[in-house]
Design a protein around this ligand. Structure first.
Ligand code: SF4
Length: 223
């Protein structure tokens, strides 16, 4: 059964407190420039943040705005993104740059639905850009968010949990606040630093008192 809204809001408050002390710092978090946030989120798909950092800096040294990327030579463009691996993705970056370069003011859209229209931009990246760059009340769900919800609230999820309606509804409630940007970043960092996939750090977890997984003694099975 899905948790009630008050429990989700309390969980969000707890994570926001934790995030204030332990949130991670990356170059793409020091900006609200939506072009930068969009490209960073696309880079972070299937690539670790540390690996993205160097490519991110190089990319924005060369391509300060979408038209710079749209008009660059193929060789320059490819060689900038190749260290990310996953060559098949490079076309999406170029296609996005071209669409934005042809938009008045080279404006990155701010809503989930508009962002979803960009080439290669799915629900996760659209929600992340809308909430992180524009602080719109938009939800995000990936495998990490599903894991945290499943453990903390004790909900069951399907194999494709990120598509489960009740998981999305929980994420909608979770992100519905004045500080959606921070709330969404908080749950991502919490999943990466505390509620780890294999060995969650339950003993030092700030929310263990309210966590179903911990309270049922399931944490010991992860060691
Ligand atoms: Fe995750 Fe353990 Fe914290 Fe529960 S107590 S949220 S399982 S780290």
């Amino acid at each position: 059964m899905a948790p009630n809204q008050d429990n989700i809001k309390r969980f969000r408050r707890q994570l926001l407190r934790w995030f204030g002390l332990h949130g991670r710092d990356y170059p793409w978090r020091r900006t609200r420039n939506p072009w930068r946030v969009l490209i960073a989120e696309m880079m972070l798909q299937r690539t670790k943040a540390d690996q993205v950092e160097r490519v991110y800096r190089d990319f924005f040294t060369k391509f300060k705005k979408p038209s710079d990327a749209a008009n660059a030579s193929s060789r320059t463009f490819r060689s900038t993104l190749l260290p990310l691996g996953l060559h098949w993705r490079i076309g999406n970056f170029r296609a996005v740059a071209r669409v934005l370069a042809a938009t008045p003011g080279e404006r990155v859209p701010r809503t989930r639905n508009e962002l979803r229209l960009l080439p290669g931009v799915g629900d996760y990246v659209a929600g992340a850009v809308s909430s992180v760059a524009f602080n719109q009340r938009e939800w995000i769900v990936d495998a990490n968010v599903v894991r945290v919800f499943r453990r903390f609230f004790g909900v069951s999820t399907s194999k494709e949990g990120r598509r489960d309606r009740h998981v999305i509804d929980m994420a909608i409630t979770y992100s519905d606040c004045r500080v959606t940007r921070k709330a969404n970043l908080a749950i991502l960092d919490f999943a990466a630093l505390v509620c780890l996939p294999q060995k969650p750090r339950c003993v030092s977890c700030p929310v263990r008192k309210d966590c179903e997984f911990y309270q049922k003694g399931l944490a010991r099975f992860t060691r």
